[in-house]
Design a protein. Sequence first.
Length: 270
Amino acid sequence: MRDSVWNDWEVPFPGSTEKGKVASYLIMFGPLLVFGYQAIYAHWAFKKSKRPISKFYSTLIKHGILSPGSTSLNGLLQGYSRGYDPSEYPDLARGIWGLTVACYSLFHSVNNCCRVIYDAYGLCSAIYFIPIAIIMQFWQVFALPFGFSPYLGCICIAAIDYVEHVVALLYWMFQVVMRDAEDVDKKRACFGIGGVVLHMTAIVPQMIYMITVPAEDQTTQQLSGIYTLTIVMMSGSQFFWTKMALSTPPSGEKIFFEATKGELDETIPI
C-alpha cells in the first residue's frame, strides 16, 4: 500500500491490492472529473436548448451522468476475493460500499428505470416508479449490517443494472425496428440504443482483465489503459443520453412541477 492513493488503509481495507499511483488516482478521481464536466455541460445544453424539452427527463439524465462517479468509491474495495469471509469486512469498508449502493439507488437505478417508463407510459407512471427503482438496489444497505458481503453485493448491483439496461435496450430497438417512422422519433431511439450499448460494454474489458490476470501480474500501465477505456466508453454513453434528453419534448410537466391534478398525456411519441 506504500504508493497507492489509499496510503495507510491496509487495516480498514485488508483486501485492497497495490495498483500504483497512476491507476489508483485514475480510478478514484477520473470518473468524478470527467462525468462532473459532462453533467455541467449537459446542464448548460439543457438550459440553452432552443426548443422546449422535458425538465423531468433532463433531470434524470443529469443525475444519471453523475451516478457513475460514485463507482470511484469501489476502488477502495478492489482486491476482495470470492472466498473472503463476510464477517471479516471492516465497518469502514461496509460503510463505503453502503454509500456507493445508496448513490446508485437514488440516481443510477432511478435513471435506468424511469427513462424507459417515461417513454412507454408517460410522466405520471415514471414518477410512481421512482420508489420501486430505488429499492431495487437500496435493499443492500439494510443487508450489510447482517453480514451481507460487499463482494456479492457488487455482483448483485451489476446483475440488476444489466437487467434494467437490457429492458431499455429491447424497448428502444423495438421502436426503431417495428414502429413506423411517422409514429416514433427513430433518431432519438437510436441515441438510447447507443447509450445503453456503450454503457453495458464499457465495464467488460475491465472485468475480463480482473478475472483473467492475477493481481500480482497486473501492471500500472495495463490498469491505467483499462480504466481509461472504461471512462471513455462511459463518456460516450452519457453523450448519447444527453442528445436523447435534448430530443425529448415536455409531457405532463405541469403536473410534476406544479403538483396539480389534471390532464396528463400518458405517452409521448418516440
